[in-house]
Design a protein around this ligand. Structure first.
Ligand SMILES: NC(=O)c1ccc[n+]([C@@H]2O[C@H](COP(=O)([O-])OP(=O)(O)OC[C@H]3O[C@@H](n4cnc5c(N)ncnc54)[C@H](OP(=O)(O)O)[C@@H]3O)[C@@H](O)[C@H]2O)c1
Length: 239
């Protein structure tokens, strides 16, 4: 299988690139940090890479060039995303998060959808988050943009069916993962290791799961969150 990983320069995406490469798949990697891409490429038998900023207009063109250098694409794995706690509601944090997690995300999924439409099939997998299941007070734009991700791929799945295009979709929703994204200033309960999460993602994608919440403890948590009416939820101190 030929896999493109957008957001492979660190954390979950980097670990996924290693795992797919180890199990014999052809991997193409992308992200903004060029040094990280070069190093990872060397580690992964000189796999093709591209410096791509998904908030820029030229990102789809660069993705297409990476796909061609890989010899085609069967799985587009969108891992890129940013997120910060924003208790003081700084506007620049909110807008940067929307720019990456909504505009950048939409730009890249649009390209992947059209690419697979031309190929008569493929698989789009997105790392969203459990944060998308509720509006989280300390991370407003993060939780809202992750909800956007959830809804957008549901819409694309319906659109693909309407248009008779055979694209599989996987919405990956991890709980807390021990990566640079999480500030070391806070304590996060039930923290998971990157390799554990990446391994669950690979298995879930292989099984073509539609929604994959990682792990079982967070599945349980989300189940109970969802039962709560909004009037109670907004009174909780989720921090
Ligand atoms: N860590 C968690 O607890 C957790 C939980 C649930 C979901 N997630 C989601 O998992 C995904 C990966 O996060 P992580 O935890 O592995 O953190 P990370 O190590 O910070 O990885 C984020 C990745 O996104 C890429 N990225 C950010 N902005 C980008 C841009 N403008 N263009 C292209 N790529 C961009 C980064 O690459 P460059 O900086 O090199 O561009 C990096 O490869 C994110 O979508 C995050 O929301 C994380």
């Amino acid at each position: 299988m030929r896999v493109i990983i957008m957001g492979a320069t660190s954390g979950i995406g980097q670990e996924l690139a290693r795992m797919y490469h180890k199990s014999g798949h052809a991997v193409g990697i992308a992200g903004r940090r060029l040094e990280n891409l070069k190093q990872l490429s060397l580690e992964l038998s000189a796999c093709p890479y591209a410096q791509i900023d998904i908030t820029c207009d030229d990102a789809p063109k660069k993705l297409q060039s990476l796909i061609e250098r890989l010899g085609g694409m069967d799985l587009y794995l969108h891992v890129s995303g940013i997120g910060k706690q924003n208790r003081t509601l700084e506007c620049d944090i909110e807008l940067a998060t929307v720019n990456t997690n909504v505009l950048g995300f939409t730009r890249m999924l649009n390209h992947a959808y059209h690419y697979f439409a031309g190929q008569r099939g493929g698989h789009i997998a997105v790392v969203s988050s459990i944060a998308g299941t509720k509006g989280i007070g300390v991370a407003p734009s993060y939780s809202a943009t992750k909800r956007f991700n959830n809804t957008y791929i549901e819409a694309l799945e319906q659109l693909a069916r309407i248009n008779g295009i055979n694209i599989a979709f996987t919405d990956i929703r991890p709980g807390f993962v021990d990566t640079d994204m999480l500030s070391r200033d806070f304590h996060y309960p039930m923290m998971m290791s990157v390799d554990k999460v990446a391994s669950s993602i690979v298995k879930g994608i292989q099984k073509r799961k539609r929604v994959l919440t990682i792990d079982w403890r967070f599945r349980l948590l989300v189940f109970f969150w969802r039962l709560l009416p909004s009037s109670i939820w907004v009174r909780l101190r989720v921090a």
